[in-house]
Design a protein around this ligand. Sequence first.
Ligand SMILES: O=C(O)CCC(=O)C(=O)O
Length: 266
Amino acid sequence: MAIDIEAGQLQRYRVDGFFKIDSFVDPSVGQAMLDDVVDVVRRHHRGEHVEHVVVMPEAQPDFAAAGEMPEDTISKVFRLHRRRAFASFLRNPALVPIMTSLLGTDDIDCFLSQFIFKNPGAWGQPWHQDSYYFPFAPSRPVVGLWLAVTEATLENGCLHVLPGSHAEPVHTHIPDRRPGANHGYMEIIDHDMSGQVPSLMQPGDLLVFDSHLMHRSTDNVSDGIRAAMVFHVAAAGTVDRTEDVLGRPSPVNDWVPLMRAGAFVD
Ligand SMILES: O=C(O)CCC(=O)C(=O)O
């Protein structure tokens, strides 16, 4: 028998555009992801070819790495969801009722995954809606899964979300106004964000959010890393129109079957 999403979660998703699940997984799950992505970054740094992945360094001009290891200078690593530590997270049975209810189908692909290091001193990502980056047909529903790998606090640059903003259309996004901001950072400046709330999280907590939800993260002004792993899922058969719109395919999207007829794809 199919398990349903909890009524309270569904209600919060409909009203606010997100909900949080405390202790969704043991912190060791995120630690295994961190270990794997650090290995990826070090191999990439040595000039080895690491299949699928895209490694993005911090671009900000004043960024001073707190350490000497290759990962200390990295902002994000994309396209990780074919790797075991990440693929196994997505196959957690507890995600089935969430994904199938929110996407309205049991044929589901994961198309985007990104590990965010948010090293000490790294800037946050400005206000945006993820659907700005997803020129798909149909354009929604698309669900984001943000897993806290470390604690996320006001000091180390947690997410801030604007409850109810998922009901907005995709707003105009302008390039991040900070000179030298990370490649691809765009921001919304035409909306009142005063109702924002911080999303304080512990390792293993999961934020589930709608791709129209306005959110940002703040700068990491602590002396520790604020790591998170973010996945995006959509209905199988969704047409990715990035190439039609931008004249080139997305360098980070990687459509991988996750569920078919309610069963996980190996
Ligand atoms: O975690 C962050 O710092 C930003 C993540 C984010 O905004 C996103 O994944 O869309």
